[in-house]
Design a protein around this ligand. Structure first.
Ligand code: NAD
Length: 243
């Protein structure tokens, strides 16, 4: 993926499990990075734009501000996300509002602002959706609904903006070993290491994904190797279906 060298990218959720791996992978390919997150000191990036994705103005300005720092913009990765667990009968208004704000509205605002900028560079957007946005897993209706929305947005925008030379695709992971996954086990009083060992045995390839396995697919979707892909939802699941 030599074509990535010299490109300029904005990555949201850059301090998270997958986000840190994305920053490292893209930097290793010679890409200049603006990382966006609430906290900004956890991993090397060329620049940081700290902020809260529930702040609509922050989202609206993020692509423009990243392009100003980098001297242009070629790649946007909407990676940040949150998960609120439990059936709808125990969900609060805040669970719904926060989930849709971070997982759907923020990528919507960022895509809307980024597409005219990326049209100048024939750039691309990669959204991080989820297998659970394609086929819902149990007892996470708000998360699944929000990931279905970003998956649908990817398909819509991928087709609507191909004529401008902007490619928009999504990666849809199943379980990945990150703080997001581990926090679910801790919340249920389980030891995350033991729980992940058990989870590994449910995956046909023998283990749940490490963040780097997702980052490699994002690299592909952002690179010229995927130049004919628009609006694709690429599942990265080790052979494990959603059941
Ligand atoms: N871990 C998994 O099993 C898994 C599976 C499928 C999809 N995903 C998706 O992958 C993406 C990355 O998840 P992860 O597992 O690395 O999670 P993570 O919790 O490790 O990282 C998420 C990052 O997003 C940031 N973020 C959250 N809310 C924010 C806000 N309001 N403003 C700014 N930043 C905010 C957090 O600070 C954090 O750094 C998410 O979209 C998630 O839904 C994860």
């Amino acid at each position: 993926m030599a074509d990535l060298a010299g490109k300029k990218a904005l990555i949201t959720g850059a301090n998270g499990g997958i986000g840190k791996s994305l920053v490292t992978a893209f930097m290793n390919h010679g890409v200049s990075i603006v990382g966006a997150d609430q906290q900004t000191n956890m991993v090397d990036a060329d620049y940081w734009l700290a902020g809260d994705l529930t702040d609509t103005k922050y989202c609206d300005m993020l692509p423009h501000n990243a392009a100003n720092l980098l001297g242009g913009l070629d790649i946007v990765i909407n990676n940040a996300g949150i998960i609120r667990r439990g059936p709808i009968t125990s969900a609060t208004d805040d669970d719904f509002i926060a989930s849709f704000s971070v997982n759907v509205e923020a990528p919507f605002r960022i895509c809307r602002a980024a597409i005219p900028i990326l049209a100048k560079t024939k750039g691309s957007i990669v959204n991080v959706a989820s297998c659970w946005g394609i086929r819902p897993g149990p007892n996470h209706p708000i998360y699944c609904m929000s990931k279905a929305a970003i998956a649908s947005m990817t398909q819509c925008l991928g087709h609507d903006h191909a004529h401008e030379g902007v490619r928009i695709n999504a990666v849809c992971p199943n379980e990945v070993d990150t703080p997001m996954l581990r926090s679910g086990f801790s919340a249920r009083g389980l030891d995350p290491n033991t729980a992940i060992k058990q989870l590994n045995s449910t995956v046909p390839l023998g283990y749940i994904a490490e963040p780097g396995e997702i980052a490699d697919v994002v690299l592909f979707l952002a690179s010229n190797q995927s130049r004919y892909m628009c609006g694709a939802l690429v599942e990265v699941n080790g052979g494990k279906p959603v059941i």
